[in-house]
Design a binder for this molecule. Structure first.
Ligand code: OGA
Ligand code: MN
Length: 289
């Protein structure tokens, strides 16, 4: 196995390994250690089917399941796809297209939940000829780079994260029933968190963060935007240009990501598993959308 760090504060490309093999504990431990160090691991050309994708993901913890009643035999797999079953495409401006469009803002998966996601593993099944890359940003390095005064100010700040807020902004709520929407109350998360495995501090925010608790809504929203804009700059960013068969895992606790747009007349089919965050050592709050 070869692990080559990307030319940035995060990310590494891992080759010389077949993730569909039953990996021994030492090999998995080496993968996990590299992942803690780099935050994002890119495994080119794995070509995993859903079963192998799920099996590898389970090594990291319990998996979230979709709350939507999709015609998918594996509820642990979330399809991010503009391809319909009949072979036609959802236009970018359709209900489903707008739902997907939410992913184009910097975010961390499931931060709108009481227990946010630990990790996401995204596999490319079908990719467009151009566009459709995924960008990642290192919120550990972003925290380190803040002035000491700002770090101190943020220490006790809590952001309010709301799916209705973030998806409402992009017009992407129509795919949810009224019942599903009321099941998504806003939640609060500390803006500075310490990674449970590495002990490193990082900023925690992204598009689901509506404002800072107890502060003026407009002003704190502007500050959140400024923090994200400054954080998501080189050398703290990488972009992955997908080829079909690639698998990427990122650490939602300390990495932001966003998807890039692609030509609306082309299919992009991605499959994702999501490792649930831990509550007292156990996977918690294991639903997803
Ligand atoms: C995700 C996501 C962006 C993309 O899988 O959670 O935000 O590029 N994906 O598809
Ligand atoms: Mn995402």
């Amino acid at each position: 196995m070869d692990i080559t760090p990307c030319d940035a504060t995060l990310g590494a490309v891992v080759t010389g390994i077949d993730l569909s093999d039953d990996l021994d504990d030492a090999t998995f431990a080496a993968i996990e250690a590299a992942w803690y160090d780099r935050g994002v691991l890119i495994f080119p050309q794995q070509g995993l089917d859903d079963w192998a994708h799920i099996a590898f993901s389970r090594r990291f913890g319990k998996l979230e399941r979709s709350i939507k009643d999709e015609a998918n035999e594996n509820p642990e797999i979330i399809m991010l796809s503009n391809l319909k079953a009949d072979g036609s495409l959802w236009p970018h401006k359709s209900e489903h297209g707008l739902f997907l469009a939410g992913n184009r803002g910097w975010h961390t998966d499931s931060s709108f939940k009481r227990v946010p996601a630990m990790a996401s593993l995204l596999a490319a099944h079908q990719v467009p000829d151009s566009g459709g890359g995924t960008e990642f940003a290192d919120m550990r390095a972003a925290y380190d780079d803040l002035e000491a005064g700002m770090q101190a100010w943020l220490e006790d700040k809590v952001a309010v994260h709301s799916y209705l807020y973030s998806q409402g902004l992009v017009g992407g709520l129509a795919v949810l029933t009224a019942e599903e929407q009321t099941a998504l109350p806003a939640v609060e998360h500390a803006m500075v968190r310490r990674h449970p495995k590495t002990g490193r501090k990082n900023l925690y925010m992204g598009r689901h963060a509506s404002h800072i608790q107890g502060r003026d809504e407009g002003e704190s929203r502007a500050l959140l935007q400024e923090l994200v804009d400054n954080a998501c700059q080189p050398p703290r960013t990488i972009t992955h240009v997908w080829r079909a068969g690639d698998l990427v895992i990122w650490d939602n606790r300390c990495i932001l990501h966003r998807g890039q747009v692609w030509p609306g007349d082309q299919a992009r089919v991605m499959a994702r598993t999501t490792v649930a965050g831990e509550v007292d050592g156990n996977g918690g709050n294991e639903w997803n959308l």
